[in-house]
Design a protein around this ligand. Structure first.
Ligand code: CP
Ligand code: NVA
Length: 308
């Protein structure tokens, strides 16, 4: 049985297989052929943070695959009142077939997975957001942008950055990350990514100049400067991140046909300008829709690889 906690635990071939599975289920759905691989199965969705896309995509995806999804916010279950993670894991996995968790500390989801008898999916932690990268990569495939990727990530060295680093490391493409000083990605994640990159041929660079990162890139991406749980740092962050907004001037340094991606929600006038965002809104909202399709691929893949 496999859990999906970070892309680090998956090979390049497995990542591509998951995305391919999602694309094939998407093609079927568009042709009104309804895959039912998860008929009678239940996905428990534990949310300790807010969500629009993750909740809607997992719940809809599970329903479309013939299953059922349970929305469990920490206000509703005893986890939020101090019931131990390991007990919650044993109870939920005793009744449900798969679990998706959105939480703060990555160690919480690791502990949950250790005690869970069913696959656990990371729906975002402070450290990683791997399901988003499945959708991002699927979108690049659909737009014919998945060859010779030179990606530039501009902004905060956060969970999205770490997941981009793992995707680049596994698939073997170039990723330049530009953050303000003091907001670089976690050095342990960088070390891991660079170790994996040695085998795959990926080039991963961390810098403090967004222009240098974007120059010649085929894909430019960013994320909020204030992640969930950092609300109190907003004022300070907005000041520090001055000069890191992706706008037309910044994008003009990338390749002529470069694409912009954003995991959403987007904060116009901060990490991205309104104008640039709207110019690239078609691909950005395809990226959002692909959360549904990529995660259906993931759930079917995890179910197939249960080993029972
Ligand atoms: N991108 C993303 O995960 O969005 P939500 O926070 O709305 O789920
Ligand atoms: N980095 C953001 C991603 C939101 C999808 C956060 O953690 O809030």
């Amino acid at each position: 049985m496999r859990h999906f906690l970070t892309l680090k635990d998956f090979t390049k071939e497995e990542i591509l297989e998951i995305v391919e599975t999602g694309l094939s289920i998407k093609k079927n759905l568009k042709a009104k052929i309804y895959n039912q691989e998860l008929k009678n199965q239940t996905l428990a969705m534990v949310f300790e943070k807010s969500s629009t896309r993750t909740r809607v995509s997992f719940e809809t995806g599970m329903f479309q695959l013939g299953g059922h999804a349970l929305f469990l916010s920490n206000r509703d279950i005893h986890l939020g009142r101090g019931e131990p993670v390991k007990d919650t894991a044993r109870v939920i996995s005793g009744m449900c077939d798969m679990v998706m968790i959105r939480t703060f500390e990555h160690s919480m989801i690791e502990e949950f997975a250790r005690y869970s008898s069913v696959p656990v999916i990371n729906g975002l932690t402070d450290s990683y957001h791997p399901v988003q990268l499945l959708a991002d990569y699927m979108t690049l495939v659909e737009y014919g942008m998945d060859k010779n990727i030179v990606a530039a990530y501009v902004g905060d060295g956060n969970n999205m950055t770490h997941s981009w680093m793992m995707l680049a490391a596994k698939l073997g493409f170039e990723l330049r990350i530009a953050t303000p000083k003091g907001y670089e990605p976690d050095s342990r994640v960088l070390e891991d990514a660079l170790t994996i990159a040695k085998e795959s041929g990926a080039v991963i660079k961390v810098m403090n100049d967004p222009k240098e990162a974007v120059s010649g890139a085929t894909v430019v991406t960013t994320d909020t400067w204030v992640s969930m749980g950092q609300e109190e740092e907003k004022e300070e962050r907005v000041k520090t991140f001055e000069g890191f907004m992706v706008d037309d001037a910044m994008m003009s340094l990338a390749q002529k046909d470069a694409r912009f991606l954003h995991c959403l929600p987007a904060y116009r006038g901060l990490e991205v300008s309104e104008e640039l965002f709207e110019k690239h809104s078609e691909i950005v909202f395809s990226e959002a829709e692909n959360r549904l399709h990529a995660q259906k691929g993931l759930m079917v893949w995890l179910d197939k690889n249960r080993g029972d």
